[in-house]
Design a protein around this ligand. Sequence first.
Ligand code: Z3R
Length: 290
Amino acid sequence: MKAIDFLKKMNKYEKLEKIGEGTYGMVFKAKNRENQSIVALKKVRLDDEEEGIPSSALREICLLKELKHINIVSDKKLILVFEYCDQDLKKYFDSCDGMIDPNIVRSFLRQLLCGLSYCHSHHVLHRDLKPQNLLINKNGELKLADFGLARAFGIPVRCYSSEVVTLWYRPPDVLFGAKIYSTSIDMWSSGCIFAEMANAGKPLFPGSDVEDELRRIFKLLGTPTESEWPEMINLPDYKHFPNYQPIANLSYVIPNLSPKGIYLLKKFLVCNPLKRISAEQALKHGYFNE
Ligand code: Z3R
């Protein structure tokens, strides 16, 4: 795109306020001057200036286009234009008074799984699901944001503003340095988010570093045995942990979740990625018929 065309396109939007500082760049609320619609503009900084846009990023942009998003590309910054949602799930938690209606938890989880099932069936992984990446609009619709960028840029260590990226939603295989990811990575994060919603915003595994994160996971779920997860000891950053026993009943930790909800949650929080439930299977679970 020629610089002049780019400037014309960008002039179409009046920047209103900063609404987020995502892992990959800043997000602004903006108004389309032509039709007054409100959008979210996300600037993605592309570090490698010599190379231009990495081919992996271009692949992702094509993917996003297939997923019906609109993208504008400049030479050093990538500007993505999205529909505007009123808040993210983290902000929603802040506005809740100690409890989220179980029907809302179920509705948000169903929508999260529907979005994931669609993307996974198109071979797109999120890889960095967390409450800040889940947007909620006035109609109670939940939408996944930052989809696919995680694949283009790799799993982030530090975000755009050099804040350390949270480990709270990372599965044990990734924490042990697994380099080959599958849809199972998003299913672990979904389980953590499910538990956090049921606990009105209290994170399930708020680890401060990789070791603390893994210790918190194993103390709750039990340290995986070799028969449960034979591949674990061969992972690049594998480290031995004491043989913690799983806590008898997850209901002690997530008291507002129904027995069927607890049963489904356990299927997300399986340490062996090959044994973790898929989004499609989870949507068929009895928890959604309660
Ligand atoms: C696309 C990509 C990332 C974001 C988008 C759209 N909208 C975001 S973040 C957002 C965040 C809020 S409102 C809209 S917040 O005020 O709840 N942080």
